[in-house]
Write a protein that binds this ligand. Structure first.
Ligand SMILES: [Ca+2]
Ligand SMILES: [Ca+2]
Length: 270
């Protein structure tokens, strides 16, 4: 009798949700994650879950939420199957109250660069932790190595964003100003790490590190003397956008925008 009452209570909690008819989305929020697994297990165990159970999340046609939905959710979490909700966007739980100028992923870790710090999420945006006291305007990823540009410094994390070390030997220093923004872009091609820069004087251009950031050298052969606004890599091809900076002083917000820009390409030897 007791079991019957528990099961009845569970069934009564199950209602069709107006939030979406997504398989496995037991809490009806719009995606499939471990919260849906927990809710499925709670229903299966006769434990009253918090929130409304979305019957449309039924994945096996038995018009119930239970172990089948829990297994489905675990498969999605383990990336063994794709959630049918992949086309729906939803806001992550932070970072709040900061401007984010760069994001990157390494494995299942996500890093977000703000003006004064880097945030790390290890659960796809459900929670963010501040992991540095310096900001980042650009990232480049090489496996579990993440390079972050922070004004005229480069920082490297070899553990997918958890800990960071400065690797700026050979890069000029500058103070963020109208005429010096430091590193504007990072790119990786194989074991080559590129840093596009905007400095005062003759130091601007593309810097290259072949030792994972331990040292950097200017590699402007064939490039006009100019700032670099963007870098991109396709295989062994490196693209750089240059901007002639002669005779002007722009406010710092303009220093990252290409003006009289030219595109250049270098093909790396194999
Ligand atoms: Ca959900
Ligand atoms: Ca079911």
């Amino acid at each position: 009798m007791k079991r019957f009452v528990i099961v009845l209570a569970s069934v009564l909690l199950i209602t069709s949700s107006a939030f979406g008819a997504t398989a496995g989305d037991v809490d009806g929020i719009g995606d499939v994650d471990l919260r849906d697994v927990i809710m499925s297990l709670q229903v299966s165990a006769g434990i009253t879950p918090l929130g409304t159970v979305n019957l449309a999340a039924d994945v096996n046609g038995d018009v119930k939420i239970g172990l089948a939905e829990a297994i489905y959710g675990l498969q999605v979490a383990a990336q063994l199957r794709q959630s049918a909700a992949a086309t729906t966007w939803q806001q992550t739980n932070g970072p709040y109250g900061v401007g984010i100028s760069a994001i990157a992923t390494s494995g299942s870790n996500v890093v977000a660069g703000a003006s004064g710090c880097i945030y790390l999420s290890t659960n796809f945006g459900a929670k963010w932790t501040q992991v540095t006291n310096f900001g980042a305007s650009s990232f480049a990823v090489k496996g579990s190595d993440i390079f972050a540009a922070s004004f005229s410094k480069v920082y490297l994390s070899t553990d997918s964003g958890v800990t960071w070390t400065q690797v700026s030997n050979g890069l000029p220093s500058c103070v963020f100003s109208g005429s010096c923004t430091g590193i504007t872009s990072l790119a990786v091609s194989g074991s080559n790490i590129f840093a596009g820069t905007s400095y005062t004087g003759s130091n601007s251009g593309v810097y290259l590190s072949v030792n994972n950031g331990a040292s950097w050298t200017l590699g402007n052969n064939g490039l006009p003397h100019s700032d670099i606004t963007q870098l991109a890599v396709s295989g062994s091809n490196v693209f750089a956008v240059t901007r002639n900076r002669a005779g002007y002083t722009y406010p710092k917000i303009m220093a990252r925008i290409g003006f009289n820009s030219l595109m250049h390409r270098a093909t790396l030897s194999q």
